[in-house]
Write a protein that binds this ligand. Structure first.
Ligand SMILES: [Fe+2]
Length: 326
């Protein structure tokens, strides 16, 4: 049976997200963007103080154990301006980032990678940064539009480019445990439910000379899991192309003795996947989660359905600058 060290506490700070919402009340265990700025000394508010939202996801994940902490950057968002602006506004110390985990090969999660590496190494004494990637994330992807046209998705930087920016690339499809055993990066996520079929209309090709091949499963996607003492697993799923229920089922299969306390990230129940909101919400009940922190590509219809089913004590909609504490 796999072991995952229990951490004393865990903090997830959303650096890039589709939404900005500093005014809505949050769970007592969470903190809004506005509260963070105020605690950091902001006494005059204006547009130049605040984070900006963008289609994408990035979060800083920090875990503490026996007084020592480790931090991972989980994805980078779509482009550098938004990431670096928000990092500065939120007062993130980039030198504390010891590893980057990329959830999958889409621009909205990887687009700021090279600039993130440059910025981290400008603050950490130019030490190389481990970057966890899946070998399947480097093919060119496209989304087929309703008229049949392929909307090509910007490529992820290749490993040579990553290395040129100071990445120590850890390329594997297998699971990995990092930073003193505090963080678990999953392997490929088992697809077990009948209703979660990936992203309809998603294609990939190895080179421009190849034909587009259907790629609805986006099998390079992985999740991050942390075991919080006294609570259980916190599962971070950036885009959930595997399907939220498949992600949680995979986490439970990997760590059968640990309860799953929380899931956070993008649940991709927007667009064509709005059709599976009812089945997802129904299947989610079996996990008896304490926290559902919905972000990025979850979509407002799914957030509304989750709120109606699980209530404000469990559902925690995230926006840029939100901190979730466990
Ligand atoms: Fe995404």
């Amino acid at each position: 049976m796999k072991a995952l060290l229990a951490v004393d506490r865990l903090e997830i700070l959303i650096l890039v997200d589709n939404s900005t919402d500093m005014l809505s009340s949050v769970k007592p265990s969470s903190e809004s963007e506005l509260s963070r700025h105020f605690k950091r000394g902001m006494r005059l508010i204006g547009g130049r103080c605040l984070c900006c939202a963008a289609h994408g996801f990035a979060c800083l994940v920090t875990a503490w154990r026996n007084g020592a902490s480790h931090s991972v950057l989980f994805d980078t968002g779509p482009e550098p301006d938004v990431l670096l602006r928000n990092v500065e506004r939120l007062g993130v110390e980039l030198a504390s980032i010891e590893a980057i985990v990329l959830s999958h090969g889409h621009f909205d999660h990887v687009g700021a990678l090279t600039e993130a590496l440059d910025a981290i190494r400008a603050r950490n004494g130019a030490i190389d940064v481990p970057v966890y990637v899946h070998p399947g994330m480097f093919r060119t992807r496209a989304q087929q539009m309703p008229d049949g046209t392929m909307l090509v998705i910007e490529d992820v930087p290749d490993t040579k480019t990553m290395q040129a920016h100071g990445a120590h690339v850890v390329e594997t499809a297998r699971e990995a445990t990092l930073l003193d055993g505090m963080f678990h990066v999953s392997g490929e996520i088992a697809r077990t439910t009948a209703f979660e079929r990936g992203l309809p209309g998603h294609f990939a090709r190895a080179s421009q000379d190849d034909e587009w091949q259907p790629d609805p499963l986006i099998s390079d996607e992985r999740y991050l899991a942390i075991n919080v003492a006294g609570k259980g697993l916190v599962v971070l799923s950036a885009c959930s192309h595997a399907g939220l229920i498949n992600v949680l089922t995979d986490a439970r299969a990997n760590f059968p003795v640990l309860p799953i306390h929380a899931v956070a990230g993008g649940f991709h129940l927007s667009g064509a996947n709005e059709a599976i909101i009812p089945q997802t919400v129904e299947a989610l009940r079996a996990f008896d989660l304490g926290v559902i922190a919905a972000a990025h590509c979850t979509g407002w219809r799914a957030v509304a359905a989750l709120a109606a089913s699980f209530g404000n004590d469990v559902l925690d909609p995230c926006a840029v600058g939100t901190t979730c504490r466990f």
